[in-house]
Design a protein around this ligand. Structure first.
Ligand SMILES: NC(=O)c1ccc[n+]([C@@H]2O[C@H](COP(=O)([O-])OP(=O)(O)OC[C@H]3O[C@@H](n4cnc5c(N)ncnc54)[C@H](OP(=O)(O)O)[C@@H]3O)[C@@H](O)[C@H]2O)c1
Length: 226
């Protein structure tokens, strides 16, 4: 396994995954909505061989299709797909939740996972793997997490459904809950929290690498629980 597509690689957990995979000799194609963040990533990693970047909004059908085409052009087949990009939205009771934020969270966090997976699947061979970043908020009721929680329940369901569909093709599908991790998203969700008390994204990457090398049965996994 050496060729990966990962969405949302400019920041947080996604960025740490890109960094590690490139170090381990993988070819990686990643995206985020902001082109300047991708250029910054390229600069920070000193323009490494095998890193391919393209601005994309995963929740936009045409943008997602163009991104996957770009990746396939660069990588050929895909051994690993990580659907990592997502947004938090607001933390509010349902009756106060703004409709436009709800729509945007569902568009990116759910439709985005569907589009990227649908377009990438024809290029995924036997033995490849899909990891969908989920959340604890997608596994048990988390009041006031609104559209984010609903989207992550969707990611869990999507992953289990896809795992069944792909069983015959020997493609593993995982929903991965990374748990509390020191990123911008976490800081937005918990502004009062001291980030130094949280694990860094590199810990999630370690666990992801374990998942990749162990290839446990498809299903829903929590950080450090294999
Ligand atoms: N951090 C935690 O404690 C935690 C806990 C549970 C689950 N998670 C999950 O883990 C994953 C990574 O989270 P994180 O904390 O690393 O988040 P983050 O720091 O906010 O990074 C999210 C990444 O996704 C990109 N992105 C957002 N919307 C996008 C879109 N429409 N199209 C393409 N890229 C998009 C962002 O770039 P742009 O904004 O420039 O597009 C950024 O690169 C997410 O799925 C999150 O739900 C995180």
């Amino acid at each position: 396994m050496k060729r990966a597509i990962l969405t949302g690689g400019s920041k947080g957990i996604g960025k740490a995954i890109v960094e590690k995979l490139i170090k381990e000799g993988w070819e990686v194609c990643t995206c985020s909505r902001r082109e300047e963040d991708l250029l910054k990533l390229k600069e920070e990693l000193r323009n490494p061989k095998g890193l391919y970047l393209k601005a994309c909004d995963v929740g936009n059908k045409n943008s997602a299709k163009d991104f996957v085409s770009f990746c396939v052009e660069k990588l050929g087949n895909i051994d690993l797909l990580v659907n990592n990009a997502s947004i938090l939205g607001e933390r509010l009771p349902i009756e106060e939740y703004p409709e436009e934020v709800w729509e945007e969270v569902i568009r990116i966090n759910i439709k985005g996972v569907f589009y990227i997976t649908k377009y990438a699947l024809p290029y995924m061979a036997e033995g490849s793997m899909i990891v969908n970043m989920s959340s604890g908020a997608g596994k048990r009721p988390a009041p006031y997490w609104g559209a984010y929680a609903v989207s992550k329940f969707g990611v869990e369901g999507f992953s289990l459904l896809l795992a069944e569909e792909l069983r015959g093709r020997n493609i593993k599908v995982y929903a991965l809950n990374p748990g509390a991790t020191r990123t911008k998203m976490r800081a937005k969700a918990y502004p009062q929290e001291d980030p130094s008390t949280l694990k860094p994204p590199e810990k999630v990457v370690e666990f992801l690498l374990k998942l990749i090398s162990h290839r446990p049965p498809s299903g829903s996994y929590d950080y450090n629980n294999l």
